[in-house]
Each structure stands twice: as C-alpha cells, then as structure tokens.
Design a protein around this ligand. Structure first.
Ligand code: NAD
Length: 496
C-alpha cells in the first residue's frame, strides 16, 4: 500500500497512536515486529509508538534505495528533480503548523521556535532545488599528444544513509534530503530514537509530493540496532551524520568496510568572546540565547563565555539576570521561551555537570536546579544556569554539556583569548562581540571554528556553508560545497 499524507493524523500529531515506517513507498512495521515508545519531554506522556528496526529492516530499505537509484530516479532529469523539490517545499509550507507542533511535542523545542524555523528549513529545500539544474563538470585542456578531449562529469554518489539527532529533527532531515535529492541520490533516513515522529511525517509529505517509492526511506530504531548497520552497510555509498563526536567516531570506523564517503556534523564547545568595547545591549541577549535557546541542546551552543576583565562582573550579572527572567514551560504554550531537556537521562547528565562545576570551585550565579513547580515536575526541566569563576581546566569548561549551562571566564588580551578559545578538541562555532572592526577580523581569522559570528550568533543561511573544524567533524552543510558532498567527479577522455 502506498501512502499519502491523508493517512497520517496531521491535525492530531499527539494522539499516542502507532506509526509505521516508510520503506519503498510502503508503510511497514519492523520485520521483527518490535516497537518502542516516544514521549513528550514536557509532560512525560507517551505520544506514539514506532517500529524498532534492526539490520534486516535496514537491508530492505537500502535495497529499495538501490533499486530506485538504478531505476526510476536515475531517469529523473535535473529539472524534474527541481520541480519535485519545490513541490515538497510548498507542501511542507502548507503543513508547517503540524510539522512545528510535531517537533515541539516530540522533542520539546518551544512552538515559537519550531514555527519560526520555517524559512530556514524550506529555504534549504528551495536553495538545493535551484542548484539541481546547475550541476556541471568542466572541459579541461590536457597536454597529451594527439587529439584527446577531456572533461569532468558530476554524478550522484548513489545510496545515502543519513543518521540524525533529536535536537532539530525537521531541519536535520531536510538538510540531508534536500541536497541528496537535488544531486540525484536516494536516501535511507534513520531518525533519532528520541524524536522519530516528524521525520515520519516528512516521509509522508515526500510521498504526497510524488517522490517515487524507494527514493526516500525513513527507518526508525536505535543507534546500535539500526544506525550501526546502516553505517556499516556494504551497499551504502555515503553516510551523512549529525550527532555526537563519540558516535561520529564509531560511524567512521563502521564505514571503513566499503570505504563509503562520510560527512560528519558533530559536537562543540564553542567560545563566545565579549570585548570591553562591545555593545552590551546586543551582546547580553545574544550570548545568553546562544546557549539557552533549545535549553542548551544546540551543537553550536556558545557555552564558554569569555569576557574581557573590565566588564566581566557586569556582563555575568546581566546575562544571569536575563537567564533568570526567561519563561520556562511546555513548548506547546506560545508564551514559552525555554522548553524541557529531551529525557530524564539528559536531565541527570546536566545535573551531574552542575554538581561537578560547584565541586570544582565555580560559582553558580543563577539556576543550577531542576524545575518542578507549576506542573513542570512531570517533564525534564532545568533552570538556565550561569557559572562564574570558571577555569579552563574544569569539566564544565571542557566537555559538551548539551544543556542550559554557561561557563563564564575572564580574559585580558586578544592573544590570550584566541589561545584559550582554541584550546578545545572541538571547532564548530565561535562568537565575537566588539565594535572594533580590526579586532573582529583578527578574531574571525584566528579562531579555529567552521563558523564565526561577529555581533550576532546562530545566523544560518542555505547559501553559506556550515560545519566543523577538528573533532566537530568535516564536510559542510549549506552552499555549493554541500551539494558536492553528494556528487562524484568523473574524468572522461575521448580520442577524437
Ligand atoms: P547521538 O550521537 O547520541 O545520536 C545521533 C544519532 O546517531 C541518533 O540517530 C542515534 O540513534 C544514532 N547512533 C547512535 N549510536 C550509533 C552508532 N553506533 N552507529 C550509528 N548510529 C548511531 O547524538 P544525540 O544525542 O542524538 O545528539 C546530540 C549530539 O549531536 C550533540 O553532540 C550535538 O552537538 C550533536 N549535534 C551536532 C550538530 C552539528 O551540526 N554539528 C547539530 C545537532 C546536533
């Protein structure tokens, strides 16, 4: 049975019912018949069950993606892929409220944010729709004797396995599916077991838009049972992964069997540097929300806040006051600014970091505790927290917390803050606040991170590449570079 979006309860995405997964255009259960529950992190309620798949389901999905790649999808012309991607974007736009609500209920991001993400997500689809008709190689002059013409062709890599985290399910799904389809690849998407519902909804919208069976498959399951076999699969040509650095390392090892291409968007411990000459009206909210947006569950969280010593006390106080005034609650409430953490386990993990920070001598200026009053007890709510008197060697200054915790550190000179800012195994993002354009350029050049934002943070655009240095991964999402990740370059020689 092929499905359409009408089969899904789009207007009641929180009905607790069982959803099937999408393989070869068919909604199906796991071959083993197992399922797992997904919960609303704000209330603890079970909001659905989905198939718990294993390597046999992955085999089916990869085989379907291969058949589609070798069959109908290969015959789609660039213009047809472009039109299809634009149709998907239009359909998603019409259903954006359902998509936003689905993300909010499955992973807790406030509805104001999931609604506001529309342009960022659809912009990506439309950007790569535009690029589908601009994929081209070059004619290259060669120095061989005789008349030999040489040129390059750009060809789709083939079957892509995409493994994504839970902290932005819609964006992560589309940032993989958009360029993969534009390039002419087929895809097996493995959502996080913590938030599988919206990727399934996106799968339904793909079918409704007319994506041929097998071109987009969505297989639900855990990292160990579904993600690992996808990463190791001998018939997958490329893995694109967003998630933690530790998982990225095991994916890289698993991919060695057939030398598949891999791109990795991993964790971070990004520095935000506030110079004494900065516009603090701007710096305070942006520095605070660089971490507290999505309750700190952001890969580019600016969790190390370096502040030039003359303004250190004032800035810490103002960021802490800002944190203490944020409205925290169920993300479904449009007034909510900060939602819950994804799971009780993550709540416990963040609490462990806070305990460590205090034990190691940092001073907790605000937050540091779980929130249980006013109906929050059933969810995983942690107060936005700011530590002062942090030193570079403390665990809270070194490890990715993935929770609402800022570590504030004073600095005295630019050379010093560059050295300390770069003193991390990660290199995903960095922020700089200054009115001095020379300092801005100098810091943008010297900070070893894939994105540097000056007097702003979090700005993301489909045309601008995003990705990591060092252990934050490699490969880029956004821009022409991203499309290239889904293409092979072939050299062709013709003796005339
Ligand atoms: P995670 O690494 O635990 O899981 C990510 C995905 O990998 C999930 O789908 C999971 O099921 C799967 N997985 C787990 N083990 C696997 C294995 N051995 N083989 C194959 N797949 C496996 O990450 P998470 O907790 O879901 O997300 C948080 C992490 O993601 C943070 O470290 C964060 O910084 C990172 N992240 C990075 C970016 C970025 O763009 N750089 C964006 C968002 C999140």
């Amino acid at each position: 049975m092929t499905v359409s979006v009408k089969d899904l309860p789009l207007h009641t995405p929180i009905d607790g019912r069982h959803r099937k997964m999408l393989i070869d255009g068919v909604w199906c259960d796991a071959l083993g018949g197992r399922t797992f529950e997904t919960r609303n992190p704000a209330t603890g309620d079970v909001i659905g069950t989905v198939p718990l798949s294993d390597s046999s389901d992955i085999d089916l999905a990869v085989a379907a993606a291969r058949r589609a790649f070798d069959g109908p999808w290969r015959r789609f012309k660039p213009y047809e892929r472009q039109v299809l991607l634009l149709r998907i974007a239009d359909l998603m736009e019409r259903h954006w409220e359902e998509i936003a609500l689905s993300d909010t209920t499955d992973m807790g991001m406030p509805i104001v944010r999931t609604l506001a993400n529309k342009n960022r997500v659809l912009g990506m689809l439309r950007f790569y729709a535009g690029m589908a008709t601009s994929i081209h190689g070059h004619t290259i002059g060669n120095s061989l004797p005789g008349e030999i013409v040489s040129y390059t062709r750009k060809e789709p890599v083939g079957v892509v396995g995409a493994i994504i985290p839970w902290n932005a399910p819609t964006a992560a799904s589309i940032w993989k599916i958009g360029p993969a389809l534009a390039a002419g690849c087929t895809i097996v998407l493995k959502p996080s077991e913590e938030a599988p519902l919206t990727p399934l909804l996106i799968g339904a919208l793909m079918m409704e838009a007319g994506v041929p069976p097998g071109v987009v498959n969505v297989v639900t399951g855990t990292g160990a049972e579904a993600g690992a076999p996808l990463a190791a699969h001998m018939d997958v040509d490329k893995i694109v992964f967003t998630g933690s650095t530790v998982t990225g390392q095991s994916i890289l090892r698993a991919s060695a069997g057939n030398m598949k291409r891999v791109s990795l968007e991993l964790g971070g411990k990004s520095p935000v540097i506030v110079c004494a000459d900065a516009d603090l009206e701007r710096a305070v909210p942006v520095a605070a929300m660089s971490v507290f947006a999505n309750s700190g569950q952001i890969c580019i969280a600016g969790s190390r806040l370096f502040v030039e010593r003359p303004i250190y006390e004032e800035l810490v106080e103002r960021v802490s006051a800002y944190a203490a005034n944020l409205r925290i609650g169920d993300g479904a409430d449009p007034e909510t600014e900060i939602g819950p953490l994804i799971s009780p386990k993550q709540l416990e993990r963040v609490a462990g970091f806070i305990e460590d920070g205090t034990r190691q001598g940092a001073r907790l200026v605000t937050g540091g505790h779980r929130l249980t009053e006013g109906g929050l007890g059933a969810g995983n709510f942690m107060a936005p927290s700011v530590f002062s008197d942090v030193t570079d060697d403390m665990r809270i200054a070194r490890e990715e917390i993935f929770g609402p915790v800022i570590s504030a550190l004073p600095f005295d000179t630019l050379d010093e803050v560059v050295r300390r800012g770069n003193d991390t195994p990660y290199g995903l993002g960095a922020g700089v606040f200054t009115r001095d354009v020379g300092k801005a350029h100098q810091l943008a050049n010297r900070l070893r991170a894939g994105s540097v934002w000056v007097n702003t943070y979090h700005a993301i655009d489909p045309a601008v590449p995003f990705g990591g240095y060092k252990m934050s991964g490699y490969g880029r999402e956004g821009g022409a570079e991203h499309l290239d990740e889904y293409l092979n370059t072939k050299g062709v020689w013709i003796r005339t």
